[in-house]
Design a binder for this molecule. Structure first.
Ligand code: HEC
Length: 121
């Protein structure tokens, strides 16, 4: 097998599929997400208070999902939290939010959770 030829070709195919998926995802997010026009803080508080609390507890103290309070999150690296939030964790029933949250909204949300600013205890 001629690796010097097939490896770059495989990368090219992989990258072109990735960019297609990213474009589709961002288009879908823009078209299907009615909350997109609202300021992020309203949108993110709305999502947390209506959805995240179902599994993470009314005060984000934990439920079927782990706590999302500052004392718990302190030990968790940003990248881990961001990946779980955007792409979910199917074996543990954490849904993926990449269809509703942009990457920058997800980063902003995690920063807010870290300082306990999303839901007052
Ligand atoms: C259907 C239940 C459910 C909903 C709704 C849900 N989560 Fe989760 N979440 C989980 C579970 C279960 C885990 C644990 C995943 C694991 O063990 O890997 C988790 C993990 C996480 C983690 C990673 C925590 C860690 O220890 O690494 C973050 C961050 C998170 N959720 C944020 C959110 C946010 C923000 C929302 C709302 C947008 C949300 N979740 C909605 C069930 C849920």
């Amino acid at each position: 097998m001629n690796l010097s030829y097939s490896a770059p070709r495989a990368w090219k195919i992989f990258l072109s599929r990735c960019s297609g998926a990213i474009i589709t995802l961002s288009l879908l997010t823009a078209v299907l997400n009615p909350a997109a026009a609202r300021p992020p803080e309203d949108k993110l508080n709305y999502i947390v208070k209506n959805f995240c609390v179902i599994c993470h507890g009314a005060q984000l103290q934990g439920g079927s999902g782990p706590p999302l309070q500052p004392s718990y999150l302190r030990a968790k690296p940003n990248q881990q939290l961001l990946t779980t939030l955007l792409y979910g964790h199917a074996p543990a029933a954490m849904p993926a939010w990449a269809g509703s949250l942009s990457r920058s909204e997800a980063i902003w949300l995690i920063q807010r959770l870290r300082i306990g600013a999303v839901i007052e205890p």
